[in-house]
Design a binder for this molecule. Sequence first.
Ligand SMILES: Cc1cc2nc3c(=O)[nH]c(=O)nc-3n(C[C@H](O)[C@H](O)[C@H](O)COP(=O)(O)O)c2cc1C
Length: 297
Amino acid sequence: MNKCLLVFYSGTNNTTYITNKLKTRLENEGYEVETYRINPIKFEKLDFSQYDLVGIGHPIYGFNLPGIVHKFFKKQTFIKDQRYFIYKNSGETYGANDASSLALRRLIKRRKGNLTNEYHFIMPYNIHFRFDENLVKEMLGIDELLMDILVKEIKDNIPNVKKYKFVNRLINHPMRLTYIGGNINVLFYKVDKKRCINCGLCIQKCQMNNIYRDKRGKIKFHSRCLMCMNCTLNCPKDAIKMGLFNSWRVNKPYNFKEIEKIELKEPIITENTKGFFKCYIKTYEQIKTRHKELFGE
Ligand SMILES: Cc1cc2nc3c(=O)[nH]c(=O)nc-3n(C[C@H](O)[C@H](O)[C@H](O)COP(=O)(O)O)c2cc1C
């Protein structure tokens, strides 16, 4: 039996959603799959040598790998010639996001691992603005097609790693500022006293233990923030003001179980789609075309 490890970081559980789906898909194909969620405050050393295949999952932050993921993998020992694949996800698919796994790719290469496949899933934004749930439903359907492709290519040893365009690699570097951006932005975090009901959910949700109650019971922030958005997304009263990025605050988590039940009457993204979501036309097309090549109609 082929043993596979899916190691992932997730801020607000979009990557967790993809990971769980992927686990089931790979198990259906006879893989024995374990998952490991990176704990940002307690890095463990993993033993990759136990596995035939290691998948690495991450969301895209500022056209990049989240800094915490880079740090975590720097501490790991990659096994020479072992097979690795990347499954990343983000809210939009403009070219600048393509090179987001650059630092990870370089690390795997330097440590002599064999990166054979890389896939970019589409998931709704947890920052900037909340996606319409009908659109999310449609995106999840496209992600299912991409999962078919991933599983087939992995199983049949079909490599799929595209070269990053020079311009996207260039954009990638300055955007690494997001590695420390959270620690700066959190200095400006505040809780709206009129809205806050002191339920403590933000404290529970923070993976960095960055939120606490002071002596007077008020919600306060330390300065180690990943900007994962768990606190703002989950606050039942939308009471967290997220500093310089407050206007990009998204409140109310996506309930994927409920979204999966939506029945779409007509396509959301069409060839006439204009504006921000135009990038999906090409993404849908590329995924559908590859799916047809591998599976027919
Ligand atoms: C700090 C931050 C930066 C982000 N930057 C990008 C980006 O550059 N491009 C993009 O398409 N999505 C971006 N996103 C959206 C996330 O990639 C997307 O919502 C992802 O599915 C979140 O996954 P998670 O829930 O596993 O953390 C960003 C989100 C955060 C919190």
